[in-house]
Each structure stands twice: as structure tokens, then as C-alpha cells.
Write a protein that binds this ligand. Sequence first.
Ligand code: HEM
Length: 191
Amino acid sequence: MTAHPTGDRSASPPKAWTGRPMPWFRLGRRWRALVVTVHAASGVGWLGIHTSVLVLVATAAFSGADPAAPLTAAATLVRTLVLPVSILALVTGLLLSLGTPWGLARHYWVLAKLVLTLALVLGSNLSIGPQVVAIAHAASTPGVELAPVDVTRTAIALALSGVVLLTVTVLSTTKPFGRVARRRTAGGHAR
Ligand code: HEM
């Protein structure tokens, strides 16, 4: 586990990249509390929305009932919430990294979250989301055929990406792996 560098939030200047100070951008105590609240709510909210979409698509795939209603509900969640909530989680995560001593490239857990979240934002909004909308359209439009294999495939993609989203949440609370090793200059100073 990594120590939380927040004992005295005003003591040392924030160093976003590999230890370099960033005096031009710093979140004060109140701003930081506000951004953490929005960040945790949007990140964990995204996990909840994602799980709801998964349950609806899995119901359509495996319950044997008419898939039109659950798929229409899943597509509504995708169209209205996934893009803004996922972008909010990403942007507030970047603000917290750059504006606090955590930094963007100082701790492995932050770097891992950044990479996984970027992949999830792209995958959710450019691939899985459009798939959900397409199968919902097929299920509720007379004359358009819905292939059951497409519904099953979408449910599996949602389950796998849900595991990644859960991993990001666990990284947030456990903060594992310690600090990124810093390069040393000729004089022995860490950069
Ligand atoms: C799905 C995406 C994400 C979820 C679910 C998520 C969730 C969370 C949660 C619940 C916390 C509060 C943990 C605590 O205070 O112990 C947190 C903190 C934090 N997150 Fe994220 N996060 C996500 C994405 C990101 C990204 C992309 C970044 C950075 C690039 C990031 C950077 C941070 C930082 C630096 C903190 C510590 C804030 C502080 O202590 O002031 N997060 N995250």
C-alpha cells in the first residue's frame, strides 16, 4: 500500500510529473475535497451504470423473454449517461493527479488507473455502447433481425469490461505497487 500524501496537504508543493514542482496548478483543501467527491461519485456511478447495462443485456440474452424491453432500457442508459459520466471520472482523475502530490506518473496505481480508464472510455463509448444501441434497435424495429449471438457477445464484452472497471475501483481504494522509480542525475539527485 502507498502512504496517503495528505497528512499536511499544504506542506510541500505538488509535483505532478516525475517530481517536478507545479506551482501553477494546485488544488487547495476545499477544491480538492470537492473534486474528490465528484470523482468518486462519477467513477463509482459509472460502475453502477455499467452493471445495470450488463444485467439488462444479460436478461435479454439468457432469460428467454422478449429482449426488446431490457435492450431499450440498456440503450437509454448508454445514450444518456455513459459518455458524460465516464468523461467526468477521467477529467476529475486527471485534475486530482495533476493538482495534488499524487502526480500523474509518480505512483503505479495512478498510472494503471489512467491507462485502464482511457481504454474503458474508448471501449465503452466507441465499441460496446454502439453495440448495445444497435441490438436494441434490431430488437424493437419490425423487419430488422436480431441475432442472438450478437446479444450474447455484447453481454460478454460488458462483463469483461466490468471486471476492468471494478479493478480500477479496487486500485483507487488500495493504492498498491508503490512509487514509480525516479531517474537519477549525474550528481545523484532524483528527477
Ligand atoms: C473508472 C475510473 C475511476 C474510478 C472508479 C475511480 C475511483 C476513485 C475513488 C473511489 C477514489 C477515492 C479513493 C480514496 O480517497 O481512498 C479515487 C481517488 C483518486 N483517483 Fe480515481 N477513479 C477513476 C479514475 C481515475 C483516473 C483516470 C485517475 C488519474 C489519471 C484517477 C486518479 C485518482 C487520484 C489521484 C485519487 C486520489 C485523490 C486524493 O486523495 O486526493 N482516478 N478514485
